[in-house]
Ligand binder design. Structure first.
Ligand SMILES: Cc1cc2nc3c(=O)[nH]c(=O)nc-3n(C[C@H](O)[C@H](O)[C@H](O)COP(=O)(O)OP(=O)(O)OC[C@H]3O[C@@H](n4cnc5c(N)ncnc54)[C@H](O)[C@@H]3O)c2cc1C
Length: 478
C-alpha cells in the first residue's frame, strides 16, 4: 500500500505509524498477532467519520478496536488501519423514554462504567462480561457479548434498542427497535444471524465487518437485584457436571449464573493470592449466584441450595461451600473467576515464539447433551496428553475448554481436537461459537456450523453493506 497515504493520515489525525514503537500495543489481542499499517486514535466522533471517509476513498482496509480483549483476533488487522475507540468514552443519556428505561452511551465507554452509571441512576444493566473492567460497550455489541450471568440474562442483543452506525463510506444509519419489539436470545455467534428481521440484529455480533457502531442505546432493568454468590466444591468433575445439568433443568432453583470450575481450572483459581484454603478432597467447583428479595427470602434460598448440595456432593465438602453476600466478597469471587482466563492467557502467551499458545473452545450444546459432550472432550483431551481445563458458562451448555501448547506441533494437534469437538457439538444440536464470535482465528469453524448456502447468504449481506470488503477484513470471511 502507498506509504504516502499513511503519512497523509498522520497529518490529519492522531496517528501511530508502523515505525513507531507505540504500535506494538495494537498488534495483538489475547490470541493473535497481526500487522497494522497505522493506528488512528480518534479524538472524537468527527475524527472517526472523517477517517472512514478518507480510508474509503483511498481503499484502505479499516479495523475498529476497543480494548483488544477479543479472543479471536477480530480487532487486530493484518493490513490497513486500526481505528481505536479508546477516547470515545461517556454516557449521553439515562432515563425513561416511551415507557422504557434506557441508557445511551458513546461507543468507547468501558462496560463497567455503563453498569455503574445505570446503577447510580437506580437502574440495572445485567450483561457483564468477566472482562468488563477493560472492554468497551460498542465492542460488546459488535461481539454480541455475554457474561457470567448469561444463564439468567442472556446476551447484549436482548438489550440493544438503538444503534447509530456509520457505513464504510461514512454514511450514517440509525437502527432502532420499536418499543414493543423483543429481540431473541440467540446462542450462535458464528457469522451473522440468519433469520434477522430488523437490521439491528445483523449488526449486533457482526465483528466490525459491516459498519462502525458510534452510539449504543440499551434497555435497562428496573432495579439492582440483591444476590449472593456461592462456590460449591465437589469431589469430581463428573459430580459437579451432574449437579449443573440437574440445576439447569430444575424448576425449583433459579440461579442467575451457573458455572463449572473443573479440577485444572480450580488449580489455577487456587493460585490467586486471596483464594482461601479448601479441603484437599475438593476437585472441582460449581460457581452459582442466586437473587433474592429480602433477608427471609435469602435464607429460604440458602436452605434450598444446601438441601440439593447435600445430596449431590459429600458432607465435608458441603460444609466448605463459600458464600458471598456483600459487594466486597462477591467482587472477590469474580476476581478469582477472572483469574482463570487471565492466568491461562498469560501462560499461553509465553509459548507464542515457539509456535505454541492456547487453543480455546467456544462450542456449546443443549443441556441434555452436556454430559455426553464433556465425556467426549475429556476422553480426547486425556489422549492428547497436554495440559487442559474446562470452566465457565456450563449451565448454558457452554464451557470454555483451554489446551496449552508449548510448540507448533502440539498446537496443530489441539486445533484438530477443537475441530473434532466442534463437529460433535453441531451434531448434538449445538454450535461452534457461543460467545466470542469467530473473528480471524476461528473463521474456519463457520462451515462446520452452517451449510455453504447460509455462508453465501452472509457474504451477500456483507457485499451489500461493505462492497469493497474494507471493514474488519479477515473477520468471519477469508
Ligand atoms: C479474560 C477475558 C475474559 C472475557 N470474558 C468474556 C465474557 O465473559 N463474555 C464475553 O462475551 N466475552 C468475554 N471476553 C471477550 C471480550 O472481552 C469481548 O469480546 C469484548 O466484547 C471485547 O471488547 P473490546 O473492547 O476488548 O473489543 P475489541 O477486542 O477491541 O474488539 C472486538 C470486536 O469488536 C469490533 N469493534 C470494536 N469497536 C467497534 C465499534 N465501535 N464498531 C464496530 N465494531 C467494533 C472489533 O472490530 C472486533 O471485531 C473475555 C476476554 C478476556 C481476555
Amino acid at each position: 500500500m502507498n506509504k504516502n497515504v499513511f503519512s497523509d493520515l498522520a497529518e490529519k489525525f492522531d496517528t501511530i505509524l508502523k515505525d513507531d514503537a507505540r504500535i506494538e500495543t495494537y498488534r495483538e489481542d489475547t490470541m493473535f498477532r497481526g500487522d497494522p499499517d497505522a493506528v488512528i486514535r480518534a479524538r472524537d466522533e468527527t475524527d472517526v467519520r472523517a477517517a472512514m471517509k478518507y480510508c474509503f476513498v483511498s481503499k484502505i482496509p479499516m479495523t475498529f478496536c476497543g480494548s483488544r480483549t477479543s479472543m479471536t483476533g477480530a480487532s487486530i488487522p493484518t493490513e490497513g488501519v486500526v481505528i481505536s475507540t479508546e477516547r470515545l468514552e461517556g454516557i449521553i443519556d439515562i432515563g425513561e423514554h416511551q415507557g422504557r428505561k434506557t441508557i445511551t452511551t458513546r461507543t468507547g465507554t468501558i462496560t463497567a462504567a455503563v453498569q455503574k452509571a445505570a446503577e447510580e441512576a437506580g437502574f440495572y444493566f445485567p450483561v457483564a462480561p468477566t472482562s468488563r473492567d477493560d472492554c468497551r460497550i460498542g465492542a460488546n455489541v459488535a461481539t454480541n457479548a455475554t457474561g457470567e450471568d448469561s444463564f439468567k440474562y442472556g446476551p447484549i442483543r436482548a438489550y440493544t434498542r438503538r444503534l447509530k452506525i456509520w457505513l464504510a463510506d461514512g454514511t450514517e444509519k440509525i437502527l432502532e427497535r420499536a418499543a414493543s419489539e423483543k429481540p431473541s436470545w440467540d446462542r450462535n455467534r458464528a457469522g451473522y444471524v440468519l433469520d434477522w428481521k430488523n437490521p439491528i440484529d445483523l449488526f449486533v455480533g457482526s465483528e466490525g465487518t459491516l459498519g462502525f457502531i458510534a452510539e449504543v442505546t440499551l434497555d435497562l432493568l428496573d432495579r439492582v437485584p440483591h444476590y449472593f454468590s456461592a462456590l460449591a466444591p465437589f469431589p469430581t468433575n463428573r459430580k459437579a457436571l451432574e449437579f449443573i445439568v440437574a440445576t439447569a433443568q430444575s424448576t425449583d432453583l433459579k440461579p442467575r449464573a451457573l458455572e463449572l470450575v473443573d479440577a485444572s481450572a480450580l488449580d489455577v483459581m487456587r493460585t490467586h493470592t486471596t483464594f482461601p484454603r479448601l479441603p484437599e478432597a475438593a476437585k472441582a467447583m460449581v460457581y452459582f449466584k442466586q437473587e433474592y428479595q429480602d433477608e427471609a427470602d435469602r435464607d429460604q434460598w440458602l436452605g434450598r441450595w444446601f438441601s440439593v448440595l447435600e445430596k449431590a456432593s459429600t458432607p465435608d465438602l458441603v460444609t466448605a461451600v463459600l458464600i458471598a453476600d456483600t459487594q466486597k466478597d462477591r467482587e472477590n469471587f469474580r476476581l478469582w473467576r477472572h483469574h482463570i482466563p487471565s492466568t491461562v492467557n498469560e501462560r499461553a502467551r509465553k509459548f507464542w515464539d515457539a509456535g505454541g499458545g492456547k487453543v480455546g473452545s467456544d462450542w456449546w450444546v443443549p443441556i441434555p447433551k452436556l454430559l455426553e459432550m464433556m465425556d467426549f472432550f475429556y476422553t480426547h483431551a486425556d489422549a492428547l496428553g497436554l495440559p487442559y481445563m474446562a470452566y465457565a458458562h456450563v449451565g448454558s451448555g457452554h464451557p470454555h475448554t483451554n489446551i496449552i501448547c508449548a510448540n507448533a506441533s502440539e498446537l496443530k494437534k489441539a486445533d484438530e481436537l477443537l475441530l473434532t469437538c466442534c463437529r460433535k457439538a453441531v451434531a448434538l444440536g449445538g454450535g461452534v461459537a457461543g460467545e466470542h464470535g469467530v473473528g480471524k482465528i476461528h473463521r474456519n469453524l463457520l462451515s462446520i456450523q452452517h451449510p455453504l448456502s447460509a455462508v453465501a447468504k452472509m457474504r451477500r449481506w456483507k457485499e451489500e453493506y461493505d462492497p469493497l470488503f474494507l471493514l474488519g477484513r479477515g473477520n468471519i470471511f477469508d
